[in-house]
Design a protein around this ligand. Structure first.
Ligand SMILES: NC(=O)c1ccc[n+]([C@@H]2O[C@H](COP(=O)([O-])OP(=O)(O)OC[C@H]3O[C@@H](n4cnc5c(N)ncnc54)[C@H](O)[C@@H]3O)[C@@H](O)[C@H]2O)c1
Length: 252
């Protein structure tokens, strides 16, 4: 590994947006740890990266479990002795009307999306501050800012991710660590195949000024920028990558 190569840990890297982020960071000269609760999916991601000649390992990590997080980040410390980039991308949704949302589902969503982001941030920032340089990028969502049907748990959890991003930014900046978030609009992944019925898909296509779903690679490009040296003065921000959804008023 060259002195310049940075080490990046991506959670939820076994599928969709996380896989694209892991691949893009590898192309941008990072050694990548593809973390996921689904180890075989993470291994697939790491294999696609190694096939390009870049460095990648898979890591079994459940972001809701402290022991699992500790062992994943200890492995990084043992192997590289450093961590430069953390992408808190693992996320889940449970879709139900406010009145039907169960306590278990509400808790599950907050556990992965909020507690997972918090725990991984704590562990990663502890490693990053040894080198006084770090980039933390969180995957929020347009649902942090605009409510849509069925998102009584998901929307508030992503709003908490935005708040946690700002909190991380102000508390870690003196250690050379920035924290930012991306807010994806609807993106073509397994996640939307599962959670967006046809009527919702058509509604999104009408509401997004660019008239289409985004691609995982389009989120990955934004994350890569926020993780780069060039983004050094961007801190505590949310970058909307949503085809104009959050900006839109009356379209015609
Ligand atoms: N797809 C979209 O339209 C969209 C829009 C806005 C935000 N997002 C956010 O982007 C992120 C990725 O979404 P996606 O569409 O790629 O989802 P996905 O469901 O396709 O992939 C999510 C990955 O996270 C992993 N994961 C789930 N729980 C985990 C846990 N406890 N620990 C570790 N890994 C875990 C899954 O195994 C899976 O590999 C999520 O945070 C999601 O909320 C997605």
């Amino acid at each position: 590994m060259s002195q310049a190569t940075r080490v990046a840990f991506v959670t939820g890297a076994g599928a969709g947006i996380g896989r694209a982020i892991a691949q893009a960071l590898a192309q941008a000269d990072h050694a990548v740890v593809a973390g996921d609760v689904n180890l075989s999916a993470a291994e697939e991601t790491a294999a696609t990266i190694r096939a390009t000649g870049a460095e990648a390992v898979a890591s079994l990590v459940d972001v809701t479990n402290v022991d699992s997080i500790d062992s994943a980040f200890n492995e990084v410390d043992k192997r590289w002795g450093r961590l430069d980039v953390l992408v808190n991308n693992a996320g889940i949704a449970r879709v139900a009307h406010l009145l039907d949302m169960s306590i278990d589902d509400f808790r599950a969503v907050f556990d992965v999306n909020v507690m997972g982001t918090f725990l991984c941030t704590q562990r990663a920032a502890t490693l990053m501050r040894k080198n006084r340089w770090g980039r933390i990028v969180n995957t929020a969502s347009i649902s942090a800012f605009r409510a849509s049907a069925g998102r009584a748990a998901y929307g508030p959890s992503k709003a908490a991710v935005v708040s946690l991003t700002k909190q991380t930014a102000i508390e870690m900046s003196r250690d050379g660590i920035t924290a930012n978030a991306v807010a994806p609009g609807p993106i073509e992944t397994e996640f939307t195949l599962k959670h967006h019925p046809d009527a919702m898909r058509r509604a999104y296509e009408r509401s997004v000024p660019l008239g289409r779903y985004g691609l995982p690679e389009e989120i990955a490009a934004a994350v890569c920028f926020l993780a780069s040296e060039k983004a050094g003065y961007i801190n505590g921000c949310v970058l909307d990558v949503d085809g104009g959804f959050l900006a839109a008023g009356v379209p015609d």
